[in-house]
Design a protein around this ligand. Structure first.
Ligand code: HEC
Ligand code: HEC
Ligand code: HEC
Ligand code: HEC
Ligand code: HEC
Ligand code: HEC
Ligand code: HEC
Ligand code: HEC
Ligand code: HEC
Ligand code: HEC
Length: 322
């Protein structure tokens, strides 16, 4: 038996013990603390199980279910938590027919053979009843909402740990669906996400945001300069595209070019500076073939001389050379 199994077993035993302790220590849950609004049929006080979680746990007292007692959701001392309200039914909805006749519970998440999952909207609304502020405030306008993702696509609620574990921060969760980013992050030059030094959530809010691409800050540049502060400026001599959008030149996830550049130098620069007096002809194939005297510069990249490509504070740095 390995260490991990031991931990799992210990956790399971702890879970069972806690469930027993918890059952012993609970008074009957108070009547109408929590105003339900989610499920389609209006639910009345009398629809809720009279003994709250104790009713449910007479049949569902197994470690998978009772693991929730070890989380904030299962803690009745945290005001606003499900267990300070309707307990199981804060999320699963009042389910009198389920208790009396084993019909479908009001809200089923994920679902298992016997009862299919409820509509995603219905599921999510149960969570949003309590989670409509802070990080989830922009959910309704997010691409993930539009793509019909359920909260439980990413969160596991019956788990002995907080549902937001290190595992959840793990990019693998995101990369199971985002294959393009998976391949970009495997390119030679990339942000160290796979290396575990940063996560998708450092730049994105998976619940949506007011910014493009569900970025965690208001703009691309604010997102980038939250870590790369030295690129923020303001500079005496700005380089216009830099102050506009870092992704004009960089792929934020990874690239086959050095420094995550979207395009190799000098072509990157020449996409905008084709008319410049010296560089464009120096680097064009025709001129090189014609034996242009400027050839001595061929092979050096533009930033060999224009090294302060992100902006300069030198009095004579107008050409970003110093
Ligand atoms: C009389 C026993 C009994 C009681 C009381 C009971 N359940 Fe169930 N419940 C069951 C059985 C049996 C199933 C089907 C189990 C299965 O298919 O694995 C079930 C299934 C469920 C499911 C669906 C699981 C899935 O994903 O398919 C949920 C959710 C659920 N119960 C919640 C509750 C809640 C909440 C309460 C309290 C309000 C409750 N149950 C009370 C017996 C009970
Ligand atoms: C915070 C919301 C929430 C609360 C409170 C909650 N559940 Fe759940 N329940 C879920 C979600 C979400 C799932 C889907 C699986 C998961 O995320 O763990 C689920 C799954 C289940 C299942 C199916 C598990 C399986 O075997 O796959 C049962 C049964 C169940 N819950 C019963 C209960 C009972 C009984 C309680 C009270 C002791 C309860 N739930 C409290 C949200 C909740
Ligand atoms: C009755 C209100 C209520 C409902 C319903 C509810 N939550 Fe929560 N949730 C809370 C509270 C309160 C906390 C903070 C607990 C704490 O302080 O530890 C919390 C914490 C969380 C956290 C972060 C901390 C952790 O331990 O995981 C996540 C993620 C979360 N909830 C997701 C969900 C999802 C997903 C659902 C729907 C399946 C849901 N919640 C339903 C009240 C609720
Ligand atoms: C695409 C995956 C994904 C979906 C879908 C998702 N979440 Fe999250 N959620 C996360 C991740 C990842 C974190 C952790 C963020 C971090 O730690 O930086 C998180 C964190 C949270 C937290 C905050 C926990 C804390 O630390 O305070 C809450 C609350 C929460 N989610 C609720 C929800 C609710 C409610 C829904 C559905 C409306 C939902 N989430 C849908 C991935 C998701
Ligand atoms: C260093 C910051 C950063 C990190 C880390 C990051 N992203 Fe991004 N991501 C961005 C930026 C910036 C954009 C472009 C936003 C825009 O302009 O639309 C973006 C765009 C996206 C897009 C939209 C792509 C498109 O073509 O519209 C997806 C999907 C995405 N990222 C997923 C992920 C996933 C999944 C991870 C983790 C594996 C991740 N990102 C990590 C910064 C980041
Ligand atoms: C269950 C699949 C799934 C998971 C898991 C998932 N996503 Fe998504 N994501 C989608 C879908 C579907 C879309 C909308 C279509 C698209 O843009 O690819 C989307 C869109 C996005 C976008 C916006 C793209 C745009 O067009 O602006 C970003 C950013 C993103 N996801 C980041 C993440 C991050 C970060 C995670 C992990 C916390 C994650 N996703 C987990 C399915 C998923
Ligand atoms: C959460 C912090 C963080 C954010 C936000 C961030 N980066 Fe980075 N960036 C890093 C780290 C860490 C490295 C790796 C440094 C190293 O390897 O020495 C890095 C490296 C880079 C590199 C150099 C890669 C190389 O090959 O040397 C570039 C270019 C870069 N980031 C651009 C960006 C852009 C553009 C954005 C915004 C889309 C951004 N970064 C957002 C942390 C961040
Ligand atoms: C006009 C194109 C362009 C734009 C826009 C741009 N960069 Fe760069 N960046 C470059 C080039 C070219 C290099 C490589 C320089 C070298 O190799 O000497 C580079 C290198 C970097 C590096 C790694 C080397 C270093 O100097 O630390 C980071 C980090 C970086 N850029 C961040 C950013 C951030 C953050 C933004 C937005 C504020 C941004 N870049 C906007 C062209 C650009
Ligand atoms: C997206 C277009 C774009 C890209 C790509 C770009 N630049 Fe620029 N660059 C500009 C603009 C716009 C200005 C401001 C021009 C002006 O003020 O006349 C500028 C200004 C400059 C200047 C200052 C010249 C002057 O007249 O003030 C230099 C030097 C320069 N860029 C070099 C580079 C180099 C080297 C690269 C490649 C690493 C590059 N640029 C990539 C758009 C771009
Ligand atoms: C050997 C050094 C060197 C290299 C390599 C170089 N430049 Fe320059 N560049 C300069 C100098 C010096 C100036 C300033 C000339 C002046 O002020 O009269 C300049 C001026 C410029 C200007 C401003 C022109 C104007 O009209 O005022 C731009 C734009 C520019 N370079 C872009 C580039 C690009 C793009 C590349 C790569 C294709 C490049 N440079 C490669 C040294 C270099």
């Amino acid at each position: 038996m390995n260490f991990r199994n031991l931990i799992v077993i210990a956790g399971t035993l702890l879970g069972m013990q806690m469930a027993a302790l918890w059952l012993d220590s609970q008074p009957l849950l108070p009547g109408s603390v929590y105003a339900q609004s989610a499920s389609s049929a209006p639910q009345q006080d009398s629809d809720y199980a009279p003994q709250g979680a104790q009713t449910c746990l007479t049949c569902h007292n197994n470690p998978v279910v009772t693991s929730i007692l070890q989380t904030g959701h299962g803690n009745s001392n945290i005001s606003g938590s499900p267990f300070a309200n309707r307990a199981c039914e804060s999320c699963h909805g009042a389910s009198p027919d389920h208790v009396s006749a084993l019909q479908e519970p009001a809200v089923v998440f994920v679902g298992s053979g016997r009862f299919p999952a409820s509509d995603v909207q219905v599921q999510n609304q149960m969570c949003l009843n309590c989670h409509q502020s802070r990080e989830t405030v922009h959910w309704s306008a997010s691409e993930h909402q539009a793509a019909d993702l359920a909260c439980v696509s990413c969160h596991t609620i019956h788990a002995s740990q907080s549902s937001v574990t290190n595992e959840l921060r793990d990019q693998n969760l995101c990369l199971t669906c985002h294959l393009e980013q998976r391949s970009q992050l495997n390119r030679r030059s990339h942000h160290p996400v796979n290396e575990g030094l940063m996560s998708c959530n450092d730049c994105h809010n998976p619940h949506g945001s007011p910014a493009v691409g569900m970025l965690s800050r208001n703009t691309v540049n604010e997102t980038c300069t939250s870590c790369h502060a030295e690129k923020r400026g303001p500079f005496l001599w700005e380089h216009q595209p830099v102050s506009e959008d870092c992704t004009v030149c960089h792929n934020p996830h990874g690239s086959t070019q050095d420094r995550m550049l979207a395009v190799r130098q000098p072509f990157l620069c020449q996409s905008c500076h084709s008319e410049t007096f010296h560089p464009s002809f120096l680097y064009s194939g025709d001129d090189i073939a014609a034996g242009n005297p400027g050839q001595s510069m061929v092979g050096s990249s533009c930033t060999n001389c224009h090294s302060l490509i992100h902006g300069s504070n030198h009095p004579s740095g107008a050409r970003l050379t110093r």
